[in-house]
Design a protein around this ligand. Structure first.
Ligand code: IPE
Ligand code: IPE
Ligand code: MG
Length: 251
């Protein structure tokens, strides 16, 4: 596939993915859920390589939500361990591939060793200029917006900010994603058609692709299929005429 469209929109530069269906993938095979998560990590690695290869600028992956703490303790610790394993094992390769790692979400509640590790991953790759890999871990959009609102309130209380000066840019700049563009495309695997507290602010005008593919099976073909669906969309941003995404702000 060429990364440019025959007709319609160019490929998105930022794709965000809700990686869902690990548990069902395992259940269908009579395997423990953990095996689904292990295979999900392989799909994640594959998807990062494909995103770089397809020329995306940013890939955001929803790995653990603020609501996922409701799962049994054993599964939560397994998922924490899996992130740790991923960073420890893959960081050198990601760094060598010029990937810049960013973690979004609430770090305060993470175990201290994991927190140090993700900070190390960010610092080590901060100068990289290739794909930005944003991992949403202990991420909830409402939590993110609340933390941004608290920051704004604290600045107002300290007399550093005029409430009348709080505009969209002011709030955006206090989100975890302050240095990232909004995703043009959000993909969710596993056939669920909901957003589950992911990027509520940032996806205001994103296009959505819901695919029945379970996350461990998400491959190059499924990725390219989602991009092809995106390219056929007409983005109107509340206006009337179809405008190419890159001209949207001057239309
Ligand atoms: C996605 O797979 C991984 C996480 C949410 C951490 P699930 O674990 O949600 O798999 P299903 O939805 O139960 O199949
Ligand atoms: C969303 O999946 C969170 C992640 C993929 C990390 P869930 O499996 O937690 O979502 P719900 O509970 O089915 O909405
Ligand atoms: Mg799920």
């Amino acid at each position: 596939m060429s990364s440019q469209p025959e007709t319609g929109l160019p490929n998105p530069s930022h794709v965000a993915i809700i990686m869902d269906g690990n548990g069902r993938w395992a259940k269908m095979r009579g395997l423990p859920r953990q095996e689904g998560h292990r295979r999900g990590l392989e799909a994640l690695r594959r998807t990062v390589r494909n995103a770089a290869d397809l020329g995306l600028s940013v890939l955001t992956l929803y790995s653990f939500s603020t609501e996922n703490w409701r799962r049994p303790h054993a599964e939560v610790s397994f998922l924490m361990g899996l992130l740790k394993h991923f960073v420890e094992k893959d960081l050198s390769e990601l760094a060598a591939a010029n990937v810049r790692v960013r973690i979004i979400g609430n770090r305060e509640d993470l175990p201290a060793d994991l927190r140090r590790l993700v900070e190390h991953a960010e610092t080590r790759t901060t100068g990289n200029t290739g794909l930005i890999l944003a991992i949403a871990f202990n991420y909830g959009a409402r939590d993110e917006i609340l933390r941004a609102a608290r920051r704004l309130a604290a600045e107002v209380a300290a007399g550093r900010l005029d409430p009348a000066a709080i505009d969209e840019a002011a709030l955006s700049s206090r989100l975890d994603t302050h240095d990232l563009p909004d995703p043009e495309l959000v993909i969710r695997t596993s056939g669920e058609s909901r957003i589950s507290n992911f990027l509520l602010w940032q996806s205001a005008y994103a296009e959505f692709v819901f695919t029945p593919v379970l996350w461990p099976d998400f491959d190059r073909a499924a990725f390219e299929d989602a991009l092809a669906q995106y390219r056929q969309r007409e983005r109107r941003f509340g206006g009337l005429a179809a405008v190419p995404a890159r001209n949207a702000d001057v239309a």
